[in-house]
Design a protein around this ligand. Sequence first.
Ligand code: GAL
Length: 985
Amino acid sequence: MSVSDTAPGRGALRPARSWLHSDAPRLSLNGPWRFRLSPTASVAEDFAAEGFDDAAWDDIPVPSHWVLHGDGAHGRPIYTNVQYPFPIDPPHVPDENPTGDYRRHFVLPADWADAERVVLRFDGVESLFRVWVNGVEAGGAAGSRLTHEFDVTPSVRPGDNVVAVRVHQWSAASYLEDQDQWWLPGIFRDVTLVARPVGGVEDVWLRTGFDDGRGHVEPEITAGAAAFPVTLRIPELGVDRTWDTAADVVPFDVPDVEPWSAERPRLYDVTVSSTAESITVRAGFRTVEIRGDRFLVNGRRVVFHGVNRHETHPDRGRVFDEEHAREDLARMKRFNVNAIRTSHYPPHPRLLDLADELGFWVVLECDLETHGFDKVGWAGNPSDDPDWREAYLDRIRRTVERDKNHPSVVIWSLGNEAGTGSNLAAMSAWVHARDRGRPVHYEGDHTGEYTDVYSRMYATLGETERIGTDGDRTTLMNCTPAQSVRQRGKPFLLCEYAHAMGNGPGALDRYEALAHRYPRLHGGFVWEWRDHGMSATTPDGTPYYAYGGDFGETVHDANFVMDGLVLSNDVPTPGLHEYKAVVQPVRFTFDAGEVAVTNLRHCADTSDLRFVWRVEHDGTLAASGELEVPVVAAGESARVPLPRIQAARDAETWLTVDAVLAAPTAWAPAGQVIATVQADRSTPRPEPAVRHRTGWRHSDGTLALGIAEFAGGTLVRLAGRAAAGPRLELFRAPTDNDEGTSDDLEDSDAGVPGVSHAALWRRDGLDRLTTRRLSVERTADALRTIDRVAAANSATSVTVESVWSLEGDELELRVEIAPSSGWTTVWPRIGIRFDLPDGAAPVDSAAWFGLGPLESYPDSLRAARIGHFSRAVSDLSVDHARPQETGHRSGLRRLTLASTGTDLLRIVAVADGQGRRPGFTLSRHTPQQIARAGHPFELPASTTSYLFVDAAQHGLGSRSCGPDVLAEFALRPEARTIRLRMSAC
Ligand code: GAL
C-alpha cells in the first residue's frame, strides 16, 4: 500500500463493528514502544523483521503524537485551517514525508490458545499505517480517527511476539483530513489485542425506540453458528430473552420504560451473551424522527444548545484522557450546553459513553474534510471523483458501525467542508440503508439533494430569520427556487455559528431568540468549545500557549485555532458565561407582584430545581428566601407570587432569582445555578445636577483642588499618589473580531466589506492620537482645560473639555467629548484614561458596584448582573492567547481602587443626561501595548495601572468568521459626557 493510494487500506477487517464492552480477553498494547523517525517514506522495511535490532531507537509512549515527544527532535506540530501544508497534487504527497517506525514486544497470554481468532485493533493512527506481527504483514489502513482491526491469528504464537508499525505523516488520505486543527501524526489512540472466542458475539446493535411509555428493541446480533443460544437481558426491566441462534433474534417491546433524553439520560444495562462471550451495552430508549420541518426526539422538538467539540489538549494533542474529557463534558453541562457536534471526526469511542451517561444530543461526524480544494475552485475534489469513492464509503461505514449503539447520537454527519459530489451522496445513501433511525447531515449539501436536515454555518441573523419565516418565499442562499422549497421543508440547524475567537462572540441572544420564535429553527452549535493552544515555553522559560506559526511552519493560519469558549488551560471565557445565560432553560417574566416561571426544556420538568431569591441594596444582602414554585412541565409556565420587597431609600434595590440544582448530579453539586434573573426594584433617585460655573479666567493651571494637584493644567497627583489624566482614548487593542474581514455585513451598516474595523482604526490613527491644549482656565474651586485631539495626517479631531470642580467633600470631573465632522468609521470606544504609576505600591485591585462580575460589552450583557464585586487587577482581564481588548465592566455605579489591601480612591460614576452609565477597565497595559503583543509574554513588564472609564464601547460581533457587530451595537463617533465624583479613602 503506497502513500498515494486512494484506497482506504488493505487487510483491515470488514465489516467494521461496534466498539463494544465485552468480557472476551484483551491485552492493551499501550505503553512504551521503540520508535524511529525518518524524513521520508522510502526507508527500508527491514525494521519489521522479528530479529531487527532497535537498540539505537528512542522510546515513545503509545498513544501519543511523535511531534509532541522528543523536544523537537521528532518535528513540530503544524497548524493550518484550510490550506494543505503540502502541494495540491492529489493523490500524491511530497517525498519529504515524516515516517515513524514503531516496534514492541508482547507476550500472548497462554489461555488465548483457545481463541478462534486474535485481532489487533487500532483506534486512531494519523495518517497512513502498515502493521506487521512477527515479520508478517497484516495490512495497512488510512482514516486517522477511525478504528481498524486486523486478523493476526496466523502470525501470533504463544510467548513472545513482536509487532511493528510504520506510520506516514502524509498520504493520499491527508487530502481527506484537512480539518481546521493541528496536524499531529502518530499512533494517538489505543492499540489493543483482542481474543475472539469460539462462539463469541461479533457485533451487537440494539436499535431502540420509545413511544408513549413503551420501549422498543430491535436487536441485530452478529455471531457465528457456534454462538448459541443467544441471550439478551435487561435486569432492571425484567427482560430475559433467549434465542437459539443470532439469526432467530426478533424485535420486542418493553412496557414501562423511562425514555432517554439529553436532560434525563436514563440508561439501562443490557447484556447480550452467548455461552462464550458476554457484551454489555448501556441502552437508552428514544426515537429520533423528522416530521415536516421539525426534528423530534420522543415526539418533542429539540433545540440544540450545542458546541463543536474537537479533541485537543495542550500537552497531549488528540490523545484522549477520560478524566479530562469527563470534566470537560461536566463543564458543558454546567454551562447549559446540551449538544455536541463531534467536529470533524469521530472522537475517542469512550466519549460517546460519557455523552450517553451525562446527557447530550450528539451530531456524530465522519472523519472527512477536503477544504483545501477551495483554493483551486474545487478542481479535483475527491468528493466527486470515483477513484475516491471507496475511501469515502469506508470512512462512513467505520463511523456509523463503531458508534451505532449510542442513544446520544441523534444525527449522522458525513463530514465537513468537502465541497459536494457523488461520493458524499453515496455515503448518505449507505447511511440511509443502514440506519433508518437517524437522519443525515452535511452542511455542504447546500441544495439538499442527499441530506435530511438543512444546515448552514455562520448564517447572519437576517438569513437565519428568513429561513425560519414560513411566509417568506425568497430564494435561499446557494439554492434555486425549487431547491429552496425543498430546503424549506426540512428542519434547520446552524452546524456552526457564533465564532468564539478571542473576545466574543456578540449577539448570541439574538440567535437564541430566533430559535424560540420559529419552530423550524433548531438552534445550533457554537464554533467552538475549546482553544487548541499547545504548551510551549519561550527561550527564557516563560510558558505560553502556542498557535500557528509558533513552530516555524511554512504555511499556517496563526491564531485562528484559538477560537473556543474555553481557554487552553480549561478556563471558561466570558463568552461561555454569556452563552450559559442566553440559553438558560428557565425563563422568568416579572409582572407586578408575580413572576412567571417558564420551563424551556425539551422534556424534563423542574422537579430538580429550587428557586432561591435575594434582595440586595447597592449589592449588600438585605433579604433572601426561596420561592414556592410548583413543578413545571417542559413547555409550561407557572405564576408565583414574589416576596414583599422593601426598596431602600439611599441605595439601589435589586431582586435576584436563581434556579439552582436541588440535589447533586453527575456534573454539578447541589446549588449549581442553572438560570438567573434580576429585577430592578429601586426607588428612582435623581443624579446630582451639573453646577455650571461662571467667571472662568485664564490660569497657568498649577493648583490643588481637594485631593487633586495639577501642574500646567495637567493632573499630577490624586489621593496622595502620582497620577495623570484624563486622556482621551478612542482605541482598543483590536479583538480577533475587530480584525475580521468577513463580508457578512447585512445586519450591520458600519463595516466595509473585506476590510477590518481594526485596519480602519489604524488608518485613521486612533491608536496614535496627539493633543493640542487650547485653553486652561480656573475659578476659585474649579479648573477647566480644553484640548484638541487628533492623529497625524488627519483633519478630523475631537474636542475634549475637562472640568474639575469641588462639590462638597467630593472632587468632580466632567469630561465633554465632541467629535468634529468627517469621521467615517465606527469607534472602538469613547473613553478616558488615567495613569496610576507605582507609588509606594501599585494599584492592584478594584471593588465596584455595577455590572459584573465578568466583563461585558454592548452585545454581550446577558451574563452580567448588578452587584458588588472585587477583583485583583490580574483577574480583571482574560488571558487570550493573542492579547486583545478585555476587561470592560459596563454599568458602573461606584468604584474603589486599592493597593495591597488599602483602599485609595473612591469614584462614583454619575449617569449622563440620558441615564447612561460608563464602564471601566483597570489594566497593567495600554491598548497600544496590548495591540503590539502577539502573545502574553510579549507584553512589557509594567508597574503602572491604567484606569479607563468609557462612556461607550463598540460591540463585539463575530466577524472573525461571521457577522459583524449589529448596527444597534456599533459605536458611531458621537458626543458623550463622562462624570465622576472622586474622594480619597
Ligand atoms: C468553519 C469550519 C471550522 C472552522 C471554522 C472557523 O468553516 O468548518 O472547521 O474552520 O470555520 O474557525
